[in-house]
Structure formats: structure tokens, C-alpha cells
Design a protein around this ligand. Structure first.
Ligand code: GAL
Length: 808
């Protein structure tokens, strides 16, 4: 522990959560909800392309206020793990690197390359200095207890050969030389040189060991779910499995684990990577995209954190003694002097019983029981005692600004010209790669060509186009003739579009677009996009073929509307007199609306639109793409948490649009008049979009009479915890709310889930009045789950209490 003793209190067990640096107005609430969930440390990436969008021009304002973020975490009494990288991954555009880096002469990313190393060092030092100036490192009395350099380079280093190894050694000594006074980690870097701590990332890290006995066992990314792509199904991870993974880690000597993500939020603007990562980065995290607690995930993890912390004295005092009392059974005892804590694990998928210290313990399959005194089970990872919640989106009929009655919004529009319309267009022979041409200033690049071929007037050839991705639209003589789209994991596009050539000039305008730049893989920074060809006319008269690839094409980076600044809604000649064009490609739309009242989170339902980007009061809420439908198969409504989890194990939303709802942060909305601007690429009907607000409908809890007593009642000295018995607790999610009605209550054998509970054969008719009396009018209530409270409606059966309540 040499490295860590230098940095004082670090030798604690830490539960952490990753927050993406979201909107500044959301920070305090998100941080507080993390703290309430039992998180000690907030981990955040530092996105280079956010903080230095132009070389030498830094942005630490608004969402980029890194110092403000770190201070907000400190103000809540939590610590910070600052993952400077500067490579991040994170499904973030270009993995976090700024595009200008790609254009530095001779640069090669993430290898032993002087121009790259110089820039990486400059940025890393810049961030470290910024933190030091504000005394934010723990060595200065601040909250930052840990920093990360690079990210998962061990996954790709083999492709960089010996230069990769010298790069990692350089990165280690460069970071160390910055003298932060707190440790550095590299994740997934088996050969991380001393004193850098190599950390584990994955769905499970209990089997991980660091590369030296002097280093603590750390887990930088425990995936609370998984990311979503446009065109993909929605992944989720059952909390029983997540809790099992965490408990197993501490069972086997872990010191420090981080949820990736604890809150993933929204990738506003053009910040998503991929390509094809959706705008929502909800991640099935304990705090959802909108900042609302996700139950029972948040609550069960909160209970788990309490249970682990009850063992803290033993955990930090000694290493575990591990034994295997039977097949798939493993016990861990942390014992020193009078202090003793134990973990009992069943790593098989069927229920089992373990005898430990002369007592017999039931262990559900794929679960860990935690015994803070080596005798009493305070928590089993498969038994959820926390509240669950249902929430829903309610459509809001918005008034247009200034109107009294009308519920429909009034729209105006501008048509984006097809093909070349800007003065900075240029011509070049051949087909050129897109990212090198646009430098990612826009998603869009026009490739335009005019041909005159009188011999083929009236011919109906096929236009064959090959593109590196990510999607394209082909316009012939100003009309959309066809489109092609790649998908997550296969960005390339190949299309054959039937066209008709007219006499005289024929114009071929190809609009190529990116949907977030690659963020992962060896040499990912050089993965290209755009129409690199060939572009061929096949099946001309006489069966001939013409390859247009090496012709002189005219290029236009971005849209005219982007240059004009139409997204602000305050410039441009917007049409509103004649009929609103619908299902027209390349159309800008604008409306004014009054924000939904109240304080519930707001989203726009883009059903009816095709693909594009949306701005509210000039702020981009991201790319929308409700027409990209997820595959029909592979989903399950009730994913069995037992057995190893993978990102493709538990999927939902098959056959539906990957993302229909798009978060509009409350802080971007004005109370009076708001402007919504859309750029629609494919064609859609803006009158079909609707505004929704998200609210919690019910809070529920379902607790068995065989459940351990509540963790808060635990007191190992008096053994009071063991006498109390199980308790069902309900808490309203928002301050100032009270329980207004009990929608369901049954003691017996009720079944179902929150919002869908049903009575079983065994049911005490006293349950409803007892729960009503105990709960209505209070913001929270506790009810003992036992026959003492409800009488015994059926002998010889293990009974449970299920309650659904409404909070208002
Ligand atoms: C990891 C990476 C994270 C994120 C995650 C998947 O490999 O370190 O930044 O990309 O995968 O969400």
C-alpha cells in the first residue's frame, strides 16, 4: 500500500458512480441523489474536444466548467476521480479527441509519436494545473483522490507494436511527473508501469488481480446497463445481477468500484460517437436520463452500499479468508480481533444452502449474502427490499404562443437547397474522404456533378454508390432518388438507385452524412467516412457503364442553413403563408411554444419525423431519428438475472424505434415563449410531434416475511436488527409529496410488478385498511411484514406484503 499511504484516506472501500458532465443546472441534484444512494466518489471523464474545440482556445464555461463541477461534488462532501485520459471512448464523438489533432502534421494517435505526445502532455498538464490552482487535489485538501491517464489501451496496444509499449511507459511517467500528490490509474492495462495502478473494467471484476501486491484491487467501470445505438434495441441489466457483481468484488478483496454509468444522461448536440450512438445515453443507470431515480435499481444498490459499509471496519483491517464449502459456493471471512464480517456466495444458478460457523444459510442462485457480524444476513443481493416505481410520459398539448384556444402549433419553414449553394464550395478531381474534408464542422458533405450525355438521354441506368458511411441521399436533377444508411458496427453503405437521364444536363447531388465519429478501436481515429467510391452509372444504352469516380466533383461542407444560423430561429426568411410542406426532404421547420407547466422533466416525442437535429432556444437537443427501427428479435421482458450477464443478454424494445423521446432540459426552457427549430433530412410531418413530461405514478414495495430486517435497524452490539423482522417501507420520490392513496395492498401470496400487482390465493383482507391507516397523508411509512400485523391468512406458506401507493 505504499502508493496509497501517501494519499491518506484513500485506503477506504469506495463506491463510486460515473456522471457525465451534464448540464450545470442539473449537477447539484444529480450529485445529491448519488450521495443519497450511498456513492462516495464521482468519476467523470474530461472531454478534450469539449474543452479545447480549437487548438489553444479553451472552453471551461457552462457545461465545460470543470472546476465548477469538481467544486459542486466537493460541496456535497463527495470525492472525485478525474479521468483525464485524454482518450475517453465513452461513445463520445471521436472518443473525446478534438478533430484539429488529426490535422497536426505527422501526428499518430495513441502511440510513441512526438507530435501526439506533445499535445497530450500539454492538455493533461493544462487540466492538472487548473485543478492545482484551485487546490482541488486531495493532496491540497481538495476532493480529487484519483486521476486516470489513457483509457483501456490494453485492449488495443498489440496493434501498435513496440511503439505502443514505449507510449504507455511515456504516458505513465508523464502523468507521474505532473505531481498531483494522488495516485494515477490506467484501466485495462495489465502492464501499467509502477506507480500507476492498473484497474479492471467489465461486468464482473471479482477474479481480477492488480499487477503488483502493492496495488489495490480497483474497478473503474462496472456497467449498470449498456449504451443504445440508433437502429438498436435497448439494453438493460437486472439489479440483482449488478448487486451480485459488486458484492462478489468486495467478497474477493476489492477496494473500490465505480458504476459506469450512475447517471449517463443525454448526449446533446453532436457529441455522440459510435457511429450511430443514440442521443439518449440513459444506460439503464440508477439515475435515469432525466435525472429521476430508477427503482428498484437505485434503492437496492443503496441498501447494498449500506450493507458493505457496515462491514467496513473488517474489510479495511484485513484480507479475506476464502473457502469453498461446496460446489458453486464460496465464503469469505474478514476477521481480525473481535471484528468479523463475512460474504456467502452462490455462483451457481440454482438455490442452495451453505453451512457457515455452524449455522445454515439459504442462498438463492447467483447471489451473495452479506453478514456484517459473521452471523446475521443483512442483505442478499437477489432479494430486493427497496421501493420500485412506475413512471410515465404524459402528452402535453401545447399552445402556440399568443393563441388562446388552439392546441396546435403554427409552423414556418425554409427549404434547404439541394446541391451546391454556398460560396465556399470547391471542385476537385476524384471522390474524397469526408472527415478530412469537413473536419467534422458539420454532419453533411455535398458531392455534386453535372453530366451531359446526349447519347443516353432517356436512359434508365442504375446509380451505384459506395460510401464508407454513415448514410447518404442521392438527388437527381434536384429530386431525391434514393438513400442508404449504415448501422452500428457496419457503417459502410452500398446502394443501387434506378434513375432516369434527361436530355441536356443531368445533375447528380449526393449528400453524405456522418452520425457521430468513431470512438473505439485500434487506429479508430483514421476510420474514414463519406463517398469514396466508386460511383458508377450502370446499364446505360447499349449496356455500357460509366465510372464517375475520377470526374471533377464539386464539394460543399455543411448546409446553407447551418451557415445562416437558422438553428437559432431568429434569422432567415421563414415561410408561413402557404401550405406547410410535409414529407419533404431537407426542410427547416420552426415554431414557438409555451413550455409545459410544472417542474417535471420535458421530452419531445419526434414520432412523425424522419431524421435530423433539433434546437430549443438555439441549444441543440441532439440528433433525432425516430424512424430507425430496432431489430424484431432478441428481446425478453423478464430477463433471468441468474448466470453471466453480457450486453446482449437483456434487451427490450424490439421492432420499435430505438429512440422516440428526446430530453429538453428544463433549464433551456423559458417560462413564456420558446423557439423550436428542426432540420429534417428525410421528410416528416412536424405537426405530429408532441411534448411530454415525465412523472412518477406509483411507488411500490414487495417484501417477504422471510426477508432480512431493514439495514437501518442493524445494530451489531445490541442485536436489535435480528429481533425486528422484515419491514416494508414506502417513500415518496420528491420533497413535499405525500402518499395520497393506496392503489394495491395484499398480505399473502401477491404477485406481479409495480403497477401490475395481483392478489394470490392467499390474502389477508386486513392489508388494505392497515396500510391506508399507516401511510396516507405521510411522505413515508413503515409496516412490519408479519402475521403479527396482518393475522395469518394461510398456514405453512411463506407470505409477503405488496403495496402500490400514489404520491402527490
Ligand atoms: C469502455 C470504455 C467506456 C465506454 C464503455 C462502454 O470500454 O472505457 O468509455 O465506452 O466501454 O459504454
Amino acid at each position: 500500500m505504499d502508493i496509497l499511504t501517501g494519499s491518506f484516506f484513500m485506503y477506504l472501500k469506495m463506491i463510486m458512480g460515473t456522471l457525465k458532465t451534464e448540464l450545470i443546472q442539473m449537477w447539484p441534484d444529480l450529485i445529491q441523489k448519488s450521495k443519497d444512494g450511498g456513492v462516495d466518489v464521482i468519476e467523470t471523464y474530461v472531454f478534450w474536444n469539449l474543452h479545447e474545440p480549437v487548438r489553444g482556445q479553451y472552453n471551461f464555461e457552462g457545461r465545460g466548467d470543470l472546476v465548477g463541477f469538481v467544486k459542486a461534488v466537493a460541496a456535497a462532501g463527495l470525492y472525485v476521480h478525474l479521468r483525464i485520459g485524454p482518450y475517453a471512448c465513452a461513445e463520445w464523438n471521436y472518443g473525446g479527441f478534438p478533430l484539429w489533432l488529426h490535422f497536426i502534421p505527422g501526428v499518430k494517435f495513441r502511440t510513441d509519436n512526438e507530435p501526439f505526445k506533445e499535445e497530450m502532455k500539454r492538455f493533461t498538464a493544462k487540466i492538472v494545473d487548473l485543478m492545482k490552482q484551485e487546490n482541488l487535489y486531495a493532496s491540497q485538501g481538495g476532493p480529487i483522490i484519483l486521476s486516470q491517464i489513457e483509457n483501456e489501451y490494453g485492449n488495443v496496444d498489440i496493434h501498435y507494436g513496440p511503439a505502443g509499449k514505449s507510449y504507455i511507459n511515456w504516458a505513465a511517467s508523464m502523468a507521474t511527473s505532473l505531481d498531483t500528490g494522488v495516485p494515477w490509474v490506467m484501466c485495462k492495462q495489465v502492464n501499467a508501469p509502477d506507480p500507476i495502478i492498473n484497474a479492471c473494467n467489465g461486468f464482473y471484476c471479482d477474479q481480477f488481480t492488480p499487477n503488483s501486491n502493492n496495488k489495490p484491487k480497483m474497478w473503474t467501470e462496472n456497467y449498470s446497463g449498456w449504451f443504445l445505438a440508433f437502429g438498436g434495441v435497448v439494453p438493460y441489466r437486472p439489479v440483482e445481477d449488478l448487486a451480485f457483481a459488486v458484492a462478489r468484488f468486495f467478497h474477493r478483496g476489492g477496494t473500490f468500484q465505480n458504476y459506469y454509468m450512475y447517471h449517463g444522461g443525454t448526449n446533446f448536440g453532436r457529441t455522440t460517437g459510435g457511429p450511430f450512438i443514440s442521443t439518449s445515453y440513459d444506460y439503464d443507470a440508477p439515475i435515469d436520463e432525466y435525472g429521476i431515480i430508477r427503482q428498484p435499481k437505485w434503492g437496492h444498490l443503496k441498501d447494498l452500499h449500506k450493507a458493505i459499509k457496515l462491514c467496513e471496519e473488517a474489510l479495511i483491517a484485513t484480507d479475506p479468508t476464502i473457502s469453498s464449502p461446496g460446489p458453486n459456493l464460496e465464503t469469505a471471512v474478514y476477521k481480525t480481533g473481535a471484528v468479523c464480517a463475512a460474504f456467502l456466495a452462490n455462483t451457481g444458478t440454482t438455490d442452495s444452502t451453505v453451512t457457515f460457523n455452524g449455522n445454515s444459510y439459504q442462498l438463492p442462485g447467483w447471489s451473495v449474502s452479506i453478514l456484517p457480524d459473521c452471523r446475521s444476513v443483512i442483505l442478499n443481493t437477489a432479494k430486493i427490499n427497496s421501493v420500485s416505481m412506475t413512471s410515465s410520459f404524459t402528452t402535453e398539448f401545447l399552445k402556440e404562443v399568443g393563441s388562446l384556444e388552439s392546441s396546435s402549433l403554427r409552423w414556418s419553414w425554409i427549404s434547404e437547397p439541394v446541391g451546391i449553394s454556398k460560396a465556399d464550395a470547391f471542385s476537385k478531381y476524384g471522390l474524397h474522404e469526408q472527415i478530412n474534408t469537413t473536419a467534422d464542422r458539420s454532419d453533411y458533405l455535398w458531392y455534386s456533378l453535372s453530366i451531359v450525355d446526349e447519347d443516353n438521354a432517356g436512359a434508365q441506368p442504375v446509380l451505384h454508390i459506395k460510401s464508407l458511411g454513415h448514410a447518404l441521399h442521392a438527388f437527381i436533377n434536384g429530386k431525391l432518388a434514393g438513400s442508404g444508411t449504415g448501422k452500428s458496427g457496419r457503417a459502410k453503405v452500398k446502394v443501387d438507385i434506378p434513375i432516369t437521364l434527361v436530355a441536356g444536363k443531368n445533375t447528380i447531388d449526393l449528400l453524405s452524412l456522418t452520425v457521430g465519429l468513431q470512438n473505439y478501436g485500434a487506429f479508430y481515429d483514421r476510420v474514414g467516412a463519406g463517398i469514396t467510391g466508386p460511383v458508377i452509372l450502370k446499364g446505360l444504352k447499349n449496356g455500357s457503364t460509366v465510372d464517375l469516380s475520377s470526374q471533377q466533383w464539386t464539394y460543399q461542407v455543411g448546409l446553407q442553413g447551418e451557415d445562416l444560423g437558422l438553428s437559432s430561429g431568429s434569422v432567415g426568411q421563414w415561410n408561413s403563408q402557404s401550405t406547410l410542406p410535409t414529407n419533404q426532404p431537407l426542410t427547416w421547420y420552426k415554431t414557438k411554444f409555451v413550455a409545459p407547466s410544472g417542474s417535471n422533466p420535458v421530452a419531445i416525442d419526434f414520432t412523425g419525423m424522419g431524421k435530423g437535429e433539433a434546437w430549443v432556444n438555439g441549444q441543440s437537443i441532439g440528433r433525432y431519428w425516430p424512424t430507425y427501427i430496432a431489430s424484431k428479435s432478441g428481446c425478453t421482458n423478464s430477463c433471468n438475472y441468474r448466470g453471466s450477464y453480457s450486453s446482449s443478454k437483456c434487451l427490450k424494445n424490439c421492432g420499435k424505434p430505438s429512440q422516440t423521446l428526446y430530453h429538453v432540459p428544463r433549464s433551456w426552457l423559458r417560462s413564456d415563449s420558446n423557439i423550436l427549430v428542426l432540420f429534417e433530412e428525410n421528410g416528416g410531418d412536424p405537426t405530429k410531434i408532441s411534448f411530454t413530461t415525465k412523472q412518477t405514478e406509483s411507488v411500490c414495495s414487495h417484501v417477504s416475511e422471510s426477508h432480512p430486517p431493514p439495514i437501518d435497524s442493524w445494530n451489531s452490539d445490541t442485536e436489535s436488527g435480528r429481533n425486528i423482522g422484515p419491514v416494508l417501507s414506502l417513500d415518496c420520490p420528491y420533497p413535499n409529496q405525500v402518499i395520497s392513496s393506496i392503489k394495491f395492498a395484499s398480505f399473502g401470496t401477491p404477485h406481479g410488478t409495480c403497477g401490475n400487482f395481483n392478489q394470490g390465493r392467499c390474502n389477508s383482507n386486513k392489508a388494505l385498511p392497515i396500510v391506508q391507516k399507516a401511510c396516507i397523508g405521510s411522505s413515508s411509512c413503515n409496516i412490519g411484514v408479519s402475521v403479527n400485523t396482518f393475522g395469518n391468512p394461510c398456514q405453512g406458506v411463506t407470505k409477503s406484503l405488496a403495496v402500490e401507493a400514489a404520491c402527490t
